[in-house]
Design a protein around this ligand. Structure first.
Ligand code: ARG
Length: 263
């Protein structure tokens, strides 16, 4: 009887190993996700070319396609959950989504409440002004700008609304809009004198709105990464490994090139 027990144990161990070792790719079934078999991505699809809605009601963009490719490698099906930017960050922290991917900048404050993947892109905070803007011609003029428009909860808002001692302009000089597009609309309407936002959406908005331009100077250079709940190391490691494969085999660059044309 004892011998049979040992054999059974050995058999269970062999089966167990076989289940874990199915190829070199992390398999979805090993990962605990919000919904079995699915990878929920919280995002704010108001940030071209990283994430946006399509006319047919779907989602497109670099983050969406990269997340799709990552999910596939993990044996999971991607589900995009679109919400406000601050909500997208909170969703992953509270376990309502598995990953947050929204052109999210890694900051010290965010690192206290969530974990991040390896960085996958560089973002630059830039300043959009009206081409004939008398108030703002350079970064220095921002200090005297009556009003700066930003998207709520973004680093653009966080930096600009900080105190002058910390390099900001003070809360009274910054308006937080629900989306970057609304901030840009406010600039067009003359409600704000400048918009501080990430460079790629800035380019998209300037292309769509004649009479706007991006100042030459960079306001801040940042790293984008995928967000996880604090301590979700299993998923973070699996995503980092999948991302590395996508970078090594050219898939990642192929997606970027689809959306961003080299200057
Ligand atoms: N990179 C900026 C940040 O992390 C802005 C990101 C906004 N993303 C979005 N999908 N709306 O704060």
């Amino acid at each position: 009887m004892k011998k049979f027990g040992t054999m059974l144990l050995a058999l269970v161990m062999v089966l167990g190993l076989a289940a874990c070792g199915g190829g070199d790719k992390p398999s979805g079934s090993d990962l605990k996700t919000v919904e079995p078999g699915k990878l929920h991505m919280s995002t704010n699809a108001e940030f071209p070319p990283y994430e946006m809605t399509t006319d047919s009601g779907g989602f497109a963009g670099i983050d969406v396609e990269v997340a799709e490719a990552i999910a596939k490698k993990l044996g999971l099906e991607l589900v995009v959950d679109d919400m406000g930017f601050d909500a997208a960050l909170t969703a992953v922290q509270t376990g309502q989504s598995d990953i947050a991917m929204a052109g999210i900048t890694v900051t010290d404050d965010r690192l206290e409440v969530m974990d991040f993947s390896d960085s996958y892109a560089t973002g630059v905070q830039v300043v959009i002004v009206k081409s004939d803007s008398p108030a703002v011609q350079s970064l220095d003029d921002l200090a005297s700008a009556a009003m700066i428009g930003t998207q709520k909860a973004t680093t653009g808002y966080i930096y600009c609304s900080d105190t002058p001692e910390n390099g900001g302009y003070g809360e009274d000089h910054v308006i937080a809009f629900d989306t970057g597009a609304l901030a840009v609309m406010a600039l067009v309407n003359g409600q704000v004198d400048a918009v501080v936002i990430d460079n790629e959406p800035a380019k998209a908005y300037v292309n769509e709105n004649p009479g706007l331009e991006i100042l030459d100077t960079e306001f801040a250079v940042e790293d984008y990464a995928i967000g996880f709940a604090k301590g979700n190391t299993a998923l973070k490691d699996a995503v980092n490994a999948a991302m590395k494969e996508l970078k090594d085999d050219g898939t990642f660059q192929g997606i970027v090139d689809k959306y961003i044309t080299a200057e």
